[in-house]
Ligand binder design. Structure first.
Ligand code: KG4
Ligand code: ZN
Length: 360
């Protein structure tokens, strides 16, 4: 079964064709990073306009690289959550194509799709997954979400923890802005941190009563306060005026100290959850899963307790449509095998985009 995936929830316009949920036949990602860099973050109106401009070409390329429309069995599209203007473009494109090409339409939740990046066959994936083994404990870390999910089967999962405030990717982006590092903050913080001392600043780890919940806004504020202090200013000094006063060493040390606390928080909580739930496998997904420190620390700690970790290569961790197509495939298979009453398909005449839909 060949599925065309379409993704436009934030600042990547993407289309991909995936066979049987695993084999990537094409994977086109048109990133808008250069458009948003000047603003230090994603500007929703600019994002939506850019999706409109490129989506037809992105889809055409994905289909023609994989073969032709005749070979496409269904269309899977991210319909939630994300920026409404962005989601609308992908959803409308998918609905229109489903109608005129007469293909079934599968609506996908973006966060669930991220998990499926780890099921895609790729020479750089660890391990090259043949079958995901359940129960699987998954840490999803992106610009909009930080969640721990326990999967009993495809499409059958429980959210066991999540962030109470900012998502971890969001605080990477905000901390980068304070330190004068370019958008997106995740990769630029990691790069700056390579020359820094992670013990230079003592930044706090949030303590919460629920063991698997996260809170990152305190870490963001503590980074801001440390930056204000090191340049000799008080807490009312504007965050946007700090960066020019920082030396390269201060910037690198702050980036390294921030990164080490953010990553240690994720790793410690995930290990604790593994020890409670004893999953058959674990996976790391979402844009922040591209972070090398997170990948290596989580792998090292999971090895100590003999829990195998699945993680996709960095290019498949950040937004793409191959993960959407794969998620669509497993939704269909799961319907056929386990959930005959729950149709995976949507009516192309009525499907709506939903910017706030929670993972349920
Ligand atoms: O999954 P994604 O591409 O989009 C969303 O669904 O949000 O994640 C984007 C987030 C951004 O916040 C970006 O800064 C972060 O992932 N990110 C990273 C790295 N690469 C991307 N965070 C930490 N380290 C990285 N190497
Ligand atoms: Zn994402």
């Amino acid at each position: 079964m060949k599925i065309l995936g379409i993704e436009s929830s934030c600042d990547e316009t993407a289309a991909a064709v995936v066979e049987n949920g695993r084999v990537i036949l094409s994977n086109v990602v048109q990133s808008q990073i250069d458009l948003h860099k000047a603003y230090g973050g994603v500007v929703p109106e600019v994002a939506a306009r850019s999706h409109i401009e490129v989506i037809n070409a992105v889809i055409d390329t994905a289909v023609s690289e994989a073969g032709s429309w005749n070979q496409i069995d269904a269309i899977a599209v991210t319909r939630a959550p994300g920026l409404i203007g962005s989601l609308l473009i992908g959803t409308l494109a998918a609905r229109t194509l489903a109608i005129i090409k007469n293909k079934p339409l599968i609506p996908i939740h973006h966060i669930e799709a991220h998990v499926y990046a780890t099921f895609l066959n790729h020479p750089a994936s660890t391990p090259p997954q043949l079958q995901p083994s359940f129960p699987q404990l998954v840490l999803v870390v992106s610009g909009g979400h930080t969640q721990m999910l326990l999967f009993k089967n495809h499409g059958d999962f429980k959210v066991i923890g999540g962030t109470r405030d900012d998502a971890v990717g969001e605080v990477f982006d905000k901390a980068a802005k304070i330190l004068g590092l370019p958008y997106p903050g995740g990769p630029s913080i990691s790069k700056a941190a390579q020359n820094g001392d992670p013990r230079a600043y003592q930044l706090p780890k949030a303590k919460l009563d629920h063991p698997y919940d996260f809170s990152f806004s305190g870490l963001k504020t503590a980074t801001l306060r440390a930056a204000q202090k090191v340049v000799g200013k008080t807490h009312d000094f504007p965050s946007g005026a700090i960066a020019p006063l920082l030396s390269a060493k201060q910037q690198a040390d702050l980036a390294a100290s921030f990164q080490s606390v953010a990553i240690a928080t994720l790793v410690d909580k995930f290990i604790e959850a593994c020890q409670e739930f004893h999953p058959a496998s674990t996976a790391l997904a979402g844009g922040v899963a591209a972070n090398q420190l997170l990948r290596s620390e989580l792998t090292r700690r999971l090895n100590q307790i003999d829990a195998p970790l699945a993680v996709a290569p960095p290019a498949l961790c950040t937004d793409n449509a191959a993960m959407v197509a794969s998620c669509g495939y497993f939704r269909v298979i799961n319907h056929v095998n386990d959930r005959p009453t729950q149709s995976p398909f949507a009516d192309p005449y009525t499907l709506t985009a939903d910017p706030n839909l929670e993972l349920a």
